[in-house]
Ligand binder design. Structure first.
Ligand code: HEC
Ligand code: HEC
Length: 418
């Protein structure tokens, strides 16, 4: 009696062999992994290859690397998050139509996507599938005390006029450092900081984004509860690739985009274009991305950061399950930031003016590479970002403005060094 071949090797080894085979397809070289004995290291290496992979249109000779589009915003994760970092895009300096790291989400005030264009503007189309259009911006006079306000439009909509109430929500690609730690912050730690009715009367309320599948924590609006959900969203909206999580091979193509829906897909019927084993490796890669280097704390700037009230939202540390903290300078909650940052588009439980407190760890790297700050990259530096803080952050902004020049510099130097 001959045992079936699978019985000879434990399941872990088989999964490893499958991943090795997939990796060789992806990077074209088994030798690249020869030095990586540990499964973890192997997974991370495969995950990095998936992250860097330039996907191609289907059908192609490399089954595990095709299925791009037919509508898409970029060809790889790394096109927008180069080296796992934030995009360099800065509004006012860079052309948004020429920069993949600036993405335009589409929807109405309740968060429903457009009947014609779906949930995201995909400027690129394959073959006879036209792209959806290119974003453009101009700056309009704003309320007293605020810098000129960006006004967005789409040039040459590829499929005719969108629905009348459609809002554009432009967003930059954030850095992906330390996300494994943010994934390990227990829901209870996030919820303990909520104060939706502002019972302590400090003007800062803050609430968690309760989404299907848990407490949202990823993305500018904390709309996705897990890294896997966020990556599946990126595969679907940004790259037009299906995953077990989002099985539609046509991605964000709507029923009205017939040529897009009819185009060939990258996987056999019933299989996702991104194989589950590759998705698992991508998760290992994302979870393994180290947190930004710890910043110097305890100086005058850090004390002012707390006393002015920045730390009421940009919490210096969140406790992790199993001990330790994430020194991310966020509470992962949504805050109403006022009219200047309101783009009118809702998402999951978040309104147009509500944004997740942006983590400030790694800010020094973003500034060093010239990235614009805030969700659409409109602020060139920390004081410019603070100048847009209103709504729940109005008190902190007023106290920041009232500081002596020396104190303000100490606070800004501290934030610049995070
Ligand atoms: C076209 C540009 C683009 C591509 C391609 C892209 N991303 Fe992103 N990514 C973004 C933007 C923009 C955001 C912010 C999303 C939001 O808030 O709506 C983001 C957010 C994220 C986040 C959440 C970060 C945080 O701080 O919460 C993760 C994780 C992520 N992307 C991973 C990926 C992975 C993995 C891929 C490849 C499968 C990918 N991205 C492809 C632009 C891109
Ligand atoms: C009420 C909560 C709240 C307070 C208080 C607050 N912030 Fe923020 N901060 C946010 C939110 C939310 C964002 C993201 C807004 C957006 O992108 O539209 C943000 C974004 C930022 C950014 C840009 C980060 C990035 O990655 O683009 C900087 C810098 C910043 N805050 C600094 C400060 C400083 C300094 C203070 C104190 C003077 C402060 N904040 C007070 C909620 C707050």
């Amino acid at each position: 009696m001959t045992a079936p071949p699978e019985a000879a090797s434990p399941p872990g080894a088989r999964t490893r062999l499958l991943r090795l085979a997939l990796l060789s397809l992806l990077v074209g070289a088994l030798t690249a992994t020869a030095g990586l004995a540990a499964t973890d290291g192997l997974d991370v290496a495969i995950g990095k290859a998936v992250f860097d992979r330039m996907w191609v249109r289907a059908p192609s000779s490399t089954r595990h690397a095709d299925g791009l589009g037919p509508l898409f915003a970029a060809r790889s994760c790394a096109s927008c998050h180069a080296g796992g970092g934030r995009t360099t895009f800065r509004l006012g300096r860079d052309d948004p139509a020429a920069h993949p790291g600036l993405v335009v989400r589409l929807g109405d005030a309740s968060g429903a996507g457009d009947a014609l264009y779906g949930q995201e503007l995909q400027p690129e189309g394959l073959g006879d599938v036209p792209g959806e259009g290119r974003p453009a911006v101009r700056f309009a006079a704003a309320a007293a005390g605020f810098p000129p306000r960006p006004e967005w439009r789409v040039e040459r909509w590829g499929y005719g006029a969108p629905s009348a109430g459609l809002r554009l929500s432009p967003r930059v690609a954030p850095a992906l450092d330390g996300l494994g730690l943010l994934a390990r912050v227990p829901d209870a730690e996030i919820l303990s900081r909520e104060d939706p009715d502002d019972r302590d009367g400090d003007g800062v309320s803050g609430r968690a984004n309760r989404v299907g599948g848990g407490i949202g924590r990823f993305g500018w609006k904390a709309a996705e509860p897990t890294l896997e959900a966020q990556a599946a969203l990126a595969f679907s909206l940004d790259l037009g690739l299906s995953t077990a999580f989002r099985p539609d091979g046509a991605g964000d193509c709507t029923a009205a985009q017939a040529a897009c829906r009819a185009a060939p897909h990258g996987a056999a019927t019933g299989e996702p274009e991104v194989a589950p084993a590759l998705m698992a490796s991508l998760m290992a890669f994302l979870e393994a991305r180290p947190a930004p280097p710890a910043a110097k704390t305890g100086g005058r700037g850090a004390v002012l950061f707390a006393s002015v009230g920045c730390a009421a939202c940009h919490a210096p540390a969140l406790k992790l399950a199993g001990g330790g903290v994430a020194a991310a300078y966020t509470d992962l909650l949504l805050h109403d930031m006022g009219d200047g940052l309101d783009d009118g588009m809702g998402e999951a439980g978040a309104a147009g003016a509500e944004w997740r407190t942006a983590p400030l760890w790694g800010l020094s790297r973003a500034l060093a590479q010239g990235s614009g700050l805030l969700h659409d990259g409109r602020a060139a530096n920390v004081p410019a970002a603070v100048a847009w803080h209103a709504g729940e952050a109005a008190g902190a902004r007023a106290r920041f403005d009232a500081l002596s020049a020396g104190d303000r510099k100490a606070l800004v130097d501290f934030v610049n060094g995070l």
